[in-house]
Design a protein around this ligand. Structure first.
Ligand code: AMP
Length: 136
């Protein structure tokens, strides 16, 4: 199977701007800077998505994402940070190797649009709640 782009970066086959690295995790600047400082935090071992990643590794990735988010506030003078991960193509995942986006936010209208509208009008919330709750 062809290596994904993050495996190639981790194996040193293609370059990246590495802001952090340890035995398990690497963080690089995203090649498309949605906002200035947009960073990806990636486990070195390949897992397809957040959902497929063992807890211990997922926690290490989130720990690095938290630290980078704080640096964006403290040093890049961001006013906020979006921390997100896309799971599967339907959710916008384009690289099938778990990664967390850390996206600093500078002001309203800084170029990144994250719209979460209320679409709950026709949804039976008690039944929905139950179907999630009973499967956890
Ligand atoms: P996603 O769409 O959530 O899977 O995010 C994948 C991200 O990887 C996108 O934001 C891309 O801009 C980024 N990306 C793709 N190739 C590279 C690369 N060679 N170096 C850094 N970031 C990359």
């Amino acid at each position: 199977m062809e290596k994904d782009v993050f495996c190639k970066i981790i194996d040193g086959e293609i370059p990246a701007h590495v802001v952090y690295e340890d035995n398990d995790v690497i963080a690089i600047l995203d090649i498309s800077q949605v906002t200035k400082g947009h960073t990806l935090v990636i486990p070195k071992k390949h897992y397809d998505t957040f959902l497929a990643t063992p807890n211990e590794i997922m926690h290490k990735v989130m720990d690095v994402a938290q630290k980078i988010g704080q640096v964006m506030i403290d040093r890049l003078h961001a006013k906020g940070v979006n921390i997100l991960t896309n799971c599967y193509e339907a959710a916008g995942q384009t690289v099938p190797h778990f990664h967390v986006h850390v996206i600093p936010r500078y002001e309203h209208g800084d170029g990144f649009i994250l719209e979460m509208k209320n679409n709950a009008e026709d949804i039976n919330l008690p039944a929905l709640c139950n179907s999630i709750k009973t499967n956890l």
